[in-house]
Design a protein around this ligand. Structure first.
Ligand code: CU
Length: 413
């Protein structure tokens, strides 16, 4: 940007190819215009979401907006036994919570996101009440490492299911290596042989987007954990999950991360990366800021070459642009295609609105080519030994074919 310093533009790439939405005249927005952010006109106010009526949430509680929103700044935990004192150490959890996202929305929006678990802020049981969208922001200095103990505090069991649709035909969102897992995908793992369920939808991890991070701490798609207390699955942690060697060992629902910060100043963000549900978790709110500063930037500010707004904005005002669709009432009431069976009964009168998405209709899964079965003279079917015939449908490489979500509202990835 031309004049950096004051504003830092930070853009999440959220995959939201939004369906064309026909707008009845009676539901047009104020002044006869179209909807904003594709939100249906209606709700308690009878209008679409208005622009520029809420101020931006600032950094820290002192800079909260008119809705009480702000981005908390993460506070390091000091003197933690077993954690090297050569950098900053944070304890961060992921929780389900609700926050009012716009003045025109009649209810709070249900979200999943990160929260500072520094004991100075209270008990872990109160963490969901302290979470704020896009926080907590970690402020780090170049070459001073950051260590994080991450705790998955999402709901367990059926309550742990995501509140936005999950396409379980995507790799990593459906069946795991238990039950009759197909041989061509590695076969079943004996330890999981009796388990035929899907991976749970409350898996979570941390990935520092743009960070110069060793692989054990990268939060790759195969590095995740279910919440502590999740007993419905033997798939407790991703197969590549590793602890940071110089940090205390983790327990169930916990992971540790080491960020080198060996790179120049920049605004980054950390977010979820769990296989098969990354896009959904990030859409639901599992993302937060990570501001890295260095001595070069500091000198430019000190000498007046870069402007300094002061206080928490010494290194600029973080600006985050996201693309979201909100449903003013309840998505399972307003969307006739909502999967009531898998997502629960309509929540009319409930305390929260739901953050929903409408995305591309295209499907991505392709079937591996496979030869057609051959019928021998004795009438026995020999799989895979015949030639492929255009009139014969290839056998799906999956043990069972559960009904798939309607593609009209299934995100592509
Ligand atoms: Cu990323």
């Amino acid at each position: 940007m031309k004049k950096r310093a004051l504003w830092t533009l930070w853009q999440f790439l959220l995959i939201t190819a939004v369906l064309a939405w026909r707008i009845p005249a009676a539901q047009a927005g104020p002044g006869g215009g179209t909807y904003f952010v594709n939100s249906p006109a209606g709700g308690a106010s009878g209008t679409a979401l208005r622009k520029f009526v809420d101020s931006l949430p600032g950094l820290g509680a002192a800079n909260a907006n008119n809705l009480g929103q702000y981005l908390p700044i993460a506070t390091p935990v000091t003197g933690k036994p077993g954690v090297p004192a050569d950098g900053d150490y944070y304890e961060i959890g992921v929780v389900e919570y609700a926050e009012k996202m716009h003045s025109d929305l009649p209810k709070k929006t249900r979200l999943r996101g990160y929260v500072d678990l520094n004991p100075a802020f209270g008990a872990i049981s109160s963490a969901h009440g302290r979470a704020h969208y896009l926080g907590p922001v970690i402020v780090a200095r170049r070459d001073r490492p950051v260590r994080v103990k991450f705790s998955n505090l999402l709901p367990t069991g059926s309550a742990g299911n995501l509140f936005i649709p999950v396409d379980t035909s995507l790799m990593g969102a459906g069946k795991g290596p238990g039950g009759n897992f197909p041989r061509q995908f590695g076969g079943r793992i004996p330890a999981f042989s009796n388990f035929t369920g899907n991976y749970t939808e409350n898996r979570a991890t941390l990935h520092l987007h743009g960070g110069n991070t060793p692989w054990i701490s990268d939060g790759t798609p195969h590095q995740w954990t279910v919440p502590v207390g999740e007993t419905s699955t033997p798939y407790q942690k991703g197969v590549s999950t590793r602890n940071v060697p110089d940090m205390p060992a983790t327990g169930p629902g916990e992971m540790t991360f080491f960020y080198t910060n060996q790179q120049s100043n920049r605004l980054m963000f950390y977010h979820d990366h769990s296989l098969g549900i990354t896009r959904l978790n990030v859409y639901a709110g599992e993302a937060a800021g990570y501001l890295l500063w260095d001595s070069v930037e500091d000198n430019l500010i000190t000498t007046g070459i870069l402007p300094n707004v002061g206080d928490v904005y010494r290194y600029g005002i973080p600006l985050v642009i996201q693309d979201k669709t909100f449903v003013p009432q309840n998505i399972d009431v307003q969307d006739a295609l909502w999967t009531k069976n898998s997502k629960g009964a309509p929540t009319t009168g409930g305390a929260t609105a739901t953050c929903g998405s409408r995305t591309s209709t295209r499907r991505t899964r392709t079937r591996p080519a496979r030869t057609a079965p051959t019928r021998s003279a004795g009438g026995i079917t020999a799989p895979g030994s015949g030639r492929r015939s255009p009139s014969t449908r290839p056998t799906p490489p999956f043990p069972s074919r559960a009904p798939r979500p309607r593609p009209s509202w299934t995100p592509r990835w």
